[in-house]
Design a protein around this ligand. Structure first.
Ligand code: ATP
Ligand code: MG
Length: 283
């Protein structure tokens, strides 16, 4: 049987989370910083550690069957790959930013301007779609200093908190795309049992990450109010307590509205609330 290969970033913003998700899938491997390939001990899989820019092409050409990389890099490299799963990390936006002192308001006003970027493909597509002719200055890093040095009027780059822009006297002007890490595969490749197993495990880990396991005590007279607040995987588990008028309620709640839910549960009479992380949820 052919060993599957998955390409992940060797070092950088996506490395740690990519390794973590694979480890949470129960795969055992050494995260060698010095080596390019790591063999998984308990699954027919090899992990290739690469520059993120190279991952889409490796997967497109079938050198790696699978890859974990930012959507921005897939689009920038123009690689033809299949998307299997969004992974919920490495989230960022790619924005055009201008000098604080610049007072343009509409994207049409970018006409004729010089824009520095490391993402010329995404930028030129955006400009073309908006019928704007601008001068794209392709530079490989630290694009934020471009306007300050007189290299460009604007920049197009990844923005997360905006603090780098601020420190360089820039302000966001328009958001061009949002990106996150995704699991990709070679187009047209056979999705055999091993690939499906791996995707299933990744999805179980993602589902578990998005939820918390909650146990709480409540007086029976308040039970219905608590149950109404809890979606659970199916419906909450109710366990009798030694004290007859009380029960323990076990349930799973989404991470996103976690504090709101906890406060509502308390207000509805929940006591002794215990919250635990979930490792996996098998569909
Ligand atoms: P490599 O050495 O692998 O080429 P890199 O320096 O090009 O790495 P990183 O800075 O590690 O890239 O970013 C990798 C990816 O992480 C980006 O392409 C993007 O998808 C994502 N990302 C998420 N948030 C940010 C952010 N604030 N800044 C930069 N990238 C981010
Ligand atoms: Mg890179």
């Amino acid at each position: 049987m052919k060993t599957l290969k998955i390409a992940i970033q060797k070092s950088g913003r996506l490395n740690e989370k990519s390794v973590e998700i694979l480890k949470n899938c129960g795969l055992s491997f050494e995260n060698y910083k010095s080596s390019l390939i790591s063999k998984v001990g308990n699954f027919p899989l090899e992990i290739l550690f690469l520059r993120d820019d190279d991952i889409p092409e490796y997967v497109q050409d079938g050198i790696a069957d699978l890859g974990i990389v930012g959507e921005n890099i897939i689009i920038e490299t123009n690689a033809k790959v299949s998307y299997l799963q969004k992974l919920g990390f490495g989230k960022c936006s790619l924005k055009i930013a201008i000098k604080n002192t610049c007072d343009i308001n509409e994207i049409k006003e970018l006409e004729g301007k010089a824009i520095a970027t490391s993402y010329p493909v995404i930028l030129s597509r955006y400009l073309k779609a908006n019928n704007i002719t601008a001068q794209i200055r392709n530079i490989s890093g630290s694009v934020e200093i471009g306007p300050g040095l007189g290299l460009s009027d604007a920049i197009f780059d990844i923005v997360s908190t905006g603090s780098t822009l601020k420190n360089n006297g820039l302000k966001p002007f328009v958001s061009v795309m949002d990106s996150e890490a995704v699991l990709i595969s070679t187009q047209g490749m056979e999705l055999n049992a091993e690939v499906l197993e791996l995707v299933k495990r990744i999805q179980s880990v993602l589902r578990a990450k998005a939820t918390k396991y909650v146990v709480l005590n409540v007086e029976k007279k308040n039970l219905q109010r608590i149950v109404d607040l809890l979606p659970g995987v199916k419906s909450p588990t109710i366990v009798p307590l030694f004290e007859e008028e009380w029960v323990a309620v076990h349930s799973v709640i989404p991470e996103e509205d976690f504090w709101q839910k906890i406060n509502a549960l308390k207000a509805a009479g929940a006591q002794g609330i215990v919250v635990m992380p979930i490792e996996k949820i098998i569909a």
